[in-house]
Design a protein around this ligand. Structure first.
Ligand code: 4AD
Length: 429
């Protein structure tokens, strides 16, 4: 007989013969009966075993929790058990025995500390509420992908072992690459721009990005998922429209595909209204100043300043027109006032989720920007070459997927939305 998923049992006819497979979450032995709560990826069901029918019942009643079992039986949809559905068992097989005791409780009312949970992540993820986070993440990225495909973007894969720094010279992980020096890529920035000159026109990538940032905060990872786009014959305004619609489509996809997981997490989320408000860096400085926080021109908006700005502009909003000193070499200076750039960040309250810009497409301006930023142009020859033979004007963005998930689900720590986080102290598991 074919396996049924626990989540589908309610839609089957009462009294049907079924087979379910999963983990024995709880085992309770009474005089004449043994109850097993079986959990699979879709839910939990109680299986009831009558001792008289099973000469080998001791094997089941002594089985350790979290062992993997196969249960056959008759479906009882009128059951008063806490799982609402019951299986009156006619047979069982133990597929694999779990060791005991477990290093991490699955159903303990008090959660273990975060380090213990991450050290035993495979068990932590057996808790339905933790698994829900990653099903939602999957729906979120599916919605973003689907939107970009509809807009004729081509999904690409670019190298993660590279010879030059993308986002400036710091925060790099060096890699021994035979006789050469190499690094883990900080962003697909240079490659997605090279692809623009290849005539593909619109590219996107979902892949890992590596940052050797020393600080260990609730918002920073040393390896995160970067969702990147680059589009030809467009500017920062075109890229911002693409971004707000990608985020909206991602959230719509979560609501459509993961409503049960949102329920498991006790969350209600709303589809954001587009367009998102746009406010300039200068307006942000003024808001900060009105609240007693002075930001000198050319300096980044402090966490304190962003708190005041975030209180004024709820939910999603763009900060646009950043000063040149704060943006990487590839960012297009504003044609009227080159102290500023055609760039933006997408924010949610005080948190940054995305940065993007129109890019420089003229190779001579690009070389000047390298010098201004104290970078050696000769390290970027492979990149500059792509600008010499007909590079269209272009723009794009890079979105931190875990940051977006974090704000959507109100996670207290970005690591909650990362299966196996990499941070200053953690490289295992
Ligand atoms: O602002 P960043 O460094 O920009 C770039 O990588 C550009 N190449 C993007 C572009 O196309 N212009 O990173 C983009 C986003 C951030 O807004 C943030 O959401 C996320 O990536 N991010 C991190 N997420 C988690 N941990 C970190 N250490 C992150 N660093 C950046």
């Amino acid at each position: 007989m074919e396996r049924s998923l626990v989540g589908d049992l309610k839609s089957l006819p009462d009294g049907n013969s079924v087979v379910v497979k999963g983990w024995a979450q709880e085992i309770r032995s009474l005089k004449n009966l043994v109850f097993v709560v079986l959990r699979d990826s879709t839910g939990m069901v109680q299986a009831t075993f009558k001792r008289d029918n099973f000469p080998d019942m001791d094997m089941l009643s002594n089985l350790s929790r979290e062992s993997v079992i196969n249960v056959e039986g008759k479906l009882n949809l009128k059951s008063k058990s806490k799982t609402g559905v019951e299986i009156e068992a006619t047979g069982f097989t133990v597929l694999n025995v779990s060791e005991s005791p477990l290093p991490l409780g699955i159903i303990d009312p008090v959660e273990a500390d975060f380090e213990t949970r991450l050290n035993n992540r495979f068990l932590d993820l057996r808790k339905p509420a933790k698994a829900s986070i990653f099903r939602i993440k999957s729906s979120l990225i599916w919605g973003i992908r689907e939107y970009l495909h509809r807009q004729n973007f081509v999904e690409v894969q670019t190298p993660k072992i590279v010879a030059a720094a993308t986002e400036g010279g710091s925060d790099l992980f060096p890699v021994k690459y035979f006789e050469k020096e190499a690094y883990l890529n900080q962003s697909p920035q240079l490659y997605k721009e090279i692809l623009i000159s290849s005539g593909i026109d619109r590219v996107f990538e979902v892949g890992p990005a590596f940052r050797a940032e020393e600080h260990n905060t609730v918002r920073h990872l040393n390896e995160f998922t970067s969702v990147d786009i680059e589009m030809a014959f467009s500017d920062h305004n075109g890229a911002m429209t693409m971004l707000e619609n990608s985020v909206k489509n991602g959230i719509e996809s979560v609501l459509k595909a993961s409503s049960k997981d949102l329920e498991t997490l006790g969350l209600k989320i709303e589809i954001p209204k587009v367009p998102f408000p746009r406010i300039s860096y200068e307006e942000c400085r003024n808001i900060a100043s009105a609240n007693g926080v002075e930001i000198p021109f050319g300096e980044d908006l402090s966490v304190e300043a962003l708190k005041f700005i975030g209180e004024k502009f709820h939910d999603f909003y763009f900060i646009v027109d950043w000063p040149s000193s704060l943006r990487p070499f590839y960012t297009m200076p504003n044609e009227k006032d080159p102290r500023y750039t055609n760039s933006y960040d997408l924010q949610y309250r005080e948190k940054e989720i995305t940065s993007g810009a129109q890019r420089v497409h003229n190779p001579d301006i690009l070389k000047k920007r390298f010098i201004e930023k104290g970078l050696k142009a000769e390290n970027f020859e492979f990149y500059i070459k792509a600008f010499k033979y007909g590079m269209p004007p272009h723009a794009g963005w890079g979105l931190g997927l875990e940051r977006l998930l974090m704000i959507l689900l109100d996670l207290p720590n970005i690591r909650e939305g990362t299966l196996f986080p990499r941070d200053r102290t953690r490289i295992v598991p």
